[in-house]
Design a protein around this ligand. Structure first.
Ligand SMILES: [Zn+2]
Length: 66
């Protein structure tokens, strides 16, 4: 999920903040199943929702349903 660090040309500040909030501040998973497995492992199944990240193309977990 670090590829974008090497290709940031043209990324403006507002997008930077959005990335920080929705991507780099979170763990990334290679599949929805893996993300769900981590949520379940932490007892957060039903609390955390998975979503496909538009920045790193990994899956992240969020408390808010998207
Ligand atoms: Zn991401």
């Amino acid at each position: 999920m670090k590829w974008w660090l090497r290709s940031r040309d043209g990324v403006d500040d507002s997008q930077d903040r959005d990335i920080a909030r929705s991507c780099t501040g979170k763990d990334g998973y290679r599949s929805e199943a893996e993300a769900r497995a981590h949520a379940a492992m932490n007892g957060m199944s039903g609390v955390l929702f998975t979503y496909r990240c538009t920045y790193c193309d990994d899956w992240h977990l969020t408390r808010r349903k998207t």
